[in-house]
Design a protein around this ligand. Sequence first.
Ligand code: IPM
Ligand code: MG
Length: 364
Amino acid sequence: MSGGATATAPLRIAALPGDGVGPEVTDAGLAVLEAICDRAGLTCAVSRHPIGGAALDATGEPLPAATLEAARGADAVLLGAVGGPGWDHAPVRPEAGLLALRRGLGAFANLRPVVVWPGLEATSPLRPERVQGADILFVRELTGGAYFGRPKGIAGTTPHRRAVDSIEYAEGEIRRVAEVAFAAAERRRRHLTSVDKANVLASSRLWRSVVEELAQEHRAVTVDHCLVDSFALRLLQEPRAFDVVVTENLFGDILTDEAAALTGTLGTLPSASGGGDGPWLYEPVHGSAPDLVGRGVANPLGAIATIAMLLRHTLGREDLARRVEAAIAGIVQRGPLTPDLGGDGTTATVTAQVVAQVGREVAA
Ligand code: IPM
Ligand code: MG
């Protein structure tokens, strides 16, 4: 929540398009950002840097030092997607670049809003009346837990190989992400659900006790603790029962995909990651979608929704964020829609429509 463009200093954006449909949707997001900056009298300076498989092919590393340096020096980082079948057998996976970037930016809090847009209820696998109005903000811990815990690895030789992953959390790592979640709940409907597995895992018992402590300092927020298996069930039974949900890295990875399914498509969901001293990282949730590459039909709304998050979190421009979201809401109701939403629109036609709408909205 820092940095930003003024009349004299442009907003510095490090664009990391990455793999698969990443470049296509990043271009869509940038087109919308440029349109809204134009209309609002802001300027942005965009630089592009390789990450993921594209970086592996070009430099042998999934996160070249120059990319991390450029990202750290920017006001905001826009990421497309990383990974794809081409690197399944690579000794270093493209995803390692994304994990290193998250760590390198100190991006310990991952905000994933899951909103069932009015007009899209029928695309949900759940009955429309069950999902209508669902609006959940997931706050996923992003730089700890099983993703980074040591020891980690596979040792020995077949048939005696053994593998280990470690879930480790320091109290401070839990507290700082929970603080982000409490602050978000205070701005929203003041209900926080903390998800853990405290009946089995020590890391979850510490998680729960830290969240309980913080609850004493945030009396306006109603706090529930929910075991992860039971939460997975309740999310499908009563998605509208949740406001802000905070959880550790691996549970958050799984539950945010489950929650995305409620909306009927991964294609519209954005995320923002930050909290440390680096700039925030904005990324659509959908991933590299190898089957869609080069067909011009990737849904750009996820990347465009990340622009709204950027305007809100990095620039503090709630007004501009809402303009972008209003344009998305208009598309969802009136089209054009990409094939994942049952339409015959393309990345280009949807983007052009948002660009036109954003221009009108801001000028109005
Ligand atoms: C996500 C993705 C990543 C994760 C992968 C690509 C490493 O699934 O952002 O949810 O597991 O965090
Ligand atoms: Mg995931």
